[in-house]
Design a protein around this ligand. Structure first.
Ligand code: ADP
Ligand code: SF4
Length: 696
């Protein structure tokens, strides 16, 4: 038995460490990292291999790629996904399979032809679909109906890609019919397939192509690779889409024994990867997929932000799933399986369901994660969430402020072995997270603080001083030469934001509140109340949602053309706007505040300049934050006065350096801790690391 684990605990979770046969291959345990995007793909193969390798090292039995384009007629540019167009892609993909195999895990690849979900911006090949159909993106171009020859070509490309995948070392090869993002699914869905030949019409006809793909893939590589079928059993559109109790279930019945593995979920991506703000329940997809095992003898993997080992074990024991699927929980904690195995359950970094990981794919940059700042930095910086380089010297360090930046910085410095003093002005540790996690829908965000505070409490080299607002004099008295200032940022009240770069006139005649003030003391909220969003991130939308749910009548005013446009990148925008509308929030878009007086405000149309007056007694101002760097400035002035005779190391981190997401603050704190006492040349080397195109 492994050291430190009780016999009882070992037995409780032992079921999770049983091998599972997937066609001709066997996974060592039931932890399955399902395909997920990462913004690395074919452009950054070394970064991709290193990231997947860390997951294999962390104990995942199967580690998959993201969707892999099988042909130039399925070109996902500007998104950076995987590519297996031809044999030229094999060496890059082999980097990943080797990194995964090194740790005894199986490597899986999700072969994809995106049909009308690709614009083909790079290849400029006309896009294909079962029928003439608009492209899924805002691009005035349509996909063309596939001829019989196109279907035959597509089957040939898929077969070739499967053979190339085998040559690249993959153990599991996917046929993909999910997220509305693949041709196979587009053929299955009646709304997307109104063909009148043998590939359209009845369900039997609409699954014909998928059946052919499954049979041909098994025939091509089934001797040595497992064939997985990723299928969205429900579109979550009620009667307007595929439902698991009707055709979704019938597809499973008809193809039950065709694949070696069923990987089942819901469609589209925003339903599959729901955020905790709108779907707080762990395992939220289980009610949709639990029927699958009753219809097939093949193993079944399912997802839904499953992070608790007890739920995992019970799903296996009750026969709901054979494999615990995870995308986000494996991103937040690549070592989740090993932590369960070694009894370190209290050290699991639980995904908070914020979808910052998803946003990075939407921006075509390497993946990042709020909980796990090392995600995406495995190759460039050599980071690993479980190891950090040891301290260089016996220096002491002071961290001022315990928001995400200060907590992460102190924790990582302590892990390196330094003696750390952490001072926080408030009675509670956590900074902005404490405020935000108390807002409607964001309670899971508190894990960012809880996980870190728990780890800090296990250390004996961090002294914490709460309720201690430090001044420059206090800091001088402490006599610590290394000072990280994580003092955060404050919402400004003068109206300066994205669209207005001068203070708004007349605000002294009306009640103007910051988000914190508005939520803290709701007796201040005299109606009519305007939430003014000129930041255009997520917070104004959350504040409006929170206050209107608490019974306040809210007017949401923004120069943007939708509510909280940033939340498009986290797949939440539709839900955000729907929630406000359902709660009766009045939404006024495309208008900026020009002036205020005691009766209300004058708003200007961002297009025509036309002015309108809106009655208002209270404005909740969400426009921009001012970094809290006055303490930093004072300390630097002191240093300058000493004329270079002092050797203090004073650094701003997190929002105090540049206000951003909680993920940015965590990253900033981690980076500062990693870079402490690191030679400049090494810091620069990591900064300039990038994957260069071959000039051959
Ligand atoms: P970040 O996202 O950068 O971590 P936060 O705003 O979440 O920023 O956290 C900043 C924290 O710093 C807050 O909890 C605040 O109370 C604390 N703080 C600010 N100034 C001081 C100070 N002078 N002494 C101690 N704590 C401070
Ligand atoms: Fe989870 Fe957020 Fe990390 Fe994504 S970014 S894995 S949703 S914590």
């Amino acid at each position: 038995m492994l050291k430190g684990i009780s016999m009882k605990q070992n037995q409780r979770y032992s079921v999770l460490f049983e091998p599972v046969k997937i066609g001709p291959v066997v996974t060592k345990n039931r932890f399955y990292q399902v395909p997920h995007c990462c913004g690395m793909g074919h452009l950054r193969p070394q970064a991709h291999a290193a990231m997947r390798g860390v997951k294999a090292k962390g104990g995942w039995g199967v580690v998959s790629t993201e969707e892999a384009e099988i042909h130039p007629s399925s070109d996902l540019a500007p998104y950076v996904e995987q590519r297996i167009w031809d044999k030229k892609d094999i060496p890059a993909l082999r980097l990943m399979t080797e990194a995964v195999h090194e740790h005894g895990a199986l490597a899986a690849i999700e072969l994809t032809h995106s049909g009308h979900n690709a614009i083909n911006l790079y290849s400029r090949i006309p896009t294909m679909s079962p029928v003439d159909y608009p492209i899924n993106f805002l691009y005035p171009k349509q996909a063309r109906r596939m001829s019989k020859k196109d279907i035959a070509d597509f089957r040939r490309w898929h077969r070739n890609a499967a053979l190339n995948a085998k040559e690249a070392g993959f153990d599991i090869v996917y046929v993909y019919a999910g997220h509305g993002m693949s041709l196979a699914q587009q053929f299955i869905l009646p709304n997307m397939n109104t063909r009148s030949d043998e590939y359209g019409g009845s369900l039997e006809n609409r699954i014909r192509l998928t059946r052919e793909l499954l049979e041909e893939t098994v025939d091509a590589i089934g001797d040595s690779c497992g064939v997985a079928f990723r299928f969205a059993v429900d579109e979550m559109k009620g009667k307007d889409g595929m439902q698991f109790r009707e055709e979704g279930g019938a597809v499973v019945e008809l193809l039950a024994e065709h694949p070696d593995l069923w990987d089942v979920n819901v469609s589209d991506w925003s339903n599959d990867s729901q955020t905790s703000r709108f779907e707080p329940n762990e395992g939220y997809q289980l009610p949709y997929v639990e029927f699958v095992k009753g219809l097939t003898s093949k193993p079944v993997v399912g997802v839904g932000r499953i992070t608790s080992p007890d739920l995992m074990a019970s799903l296996i024991k009750k026969g709901v799933l054979d494999l615990i699927g995870a995308a986000r929980p494996s991103i937040a904690d690549p070592y989740l399986p090993n932590k369960i195995k070694t009894g370190k359950i209290d050290q699991i970094k639980e995904c908070i369901g914020c979808n910052i990981c998803v946003s990075s794919d939407n921006f075509s940059v390497p993946i990042r994660c709020t909980q796990n700042p090392t995600m995406g930095e495995e190759w460039r910086r050599g980071w690993d969430p479980e190891t950090i380089k040891p301290k260089k010297t016996d220096q002491h360090v002071l961290v001022v402020g315990s928001g995400p930046a200060g907590l992460e910085c102190s924790l990582q410095l302590a892990r390196r072995g330094y003696q750390v003093v952490l001072a926080e002005a408030k009675k509670e540790l956590g900074g902005r997270v404490i405020f935000e996690a108390n807002l409607k829908g964001l309670s899971a965000w508190k894990r960012v603080v809880d996980n870190r505070v728990y780890e800090i409490q296990q250390k004996n080299n961090i002294e914490i001083y709460k309720d201690s607002e430090l001044t420059a004099t206090h800091i001088n008295e402490l006599g610590i030469d290394n000072i990280f200032l994580a003092t955060g940022a404050s919402w400004r009240l003068d109206g300066i934001g994205r669209s207005t770069r001068k203070p708004i006139k007349g605000l002294d005649k009306i009640k103007v509140l910051s988000p914190e003030e508005a939520v803290k003391n709701t007796t201040n909220l005299k109606p009519p109340i305007i939430v003014y969003d000129d930041e255009q991130g997520y917070l104004a939308g959350v504040i409006a949602d929170h206050l209107s749910a608490a019974g306040h009548k809210i007017i949401f005013l923004t120069p943007a053309s939708v509510v909280s446009p940033w939340t498009e990148s986290t797949l939440e925008q539709t839900r955000v706007q729907r929630s406000l509308l359902n709660q009766g929030v009045e939404i006024i878009c495309n208008k900026s505040i020009q002036e205020a007086d005691s009766k209300g405000i004058e708003a200007k149309c961002v297009f025509t300049g036309k002015r309108t007056t809106i009655d208002c007694k209270t404005i909740i101002m969400v426009t921009e934050r001012i970094p809290n760097y006055s303490l930093f400035d004072k300390l630097i002035k002191q240093e300058e006065a000493l004329g270079g005779s002092s050797s203090k190391n004073i650094q701003l981190i997190g929002d105090a350096e540049s206000p951003g997401l909680i993920a940015d603050s965590i990253y900033s704190g981690h980076l500062a801790a990693e870079n402490f006492e690191t030679p400049e040349i090494e810091i620069e080397r990591a900064m300039y690391m990038r994957e260069m195109p071959s000039l051959k």
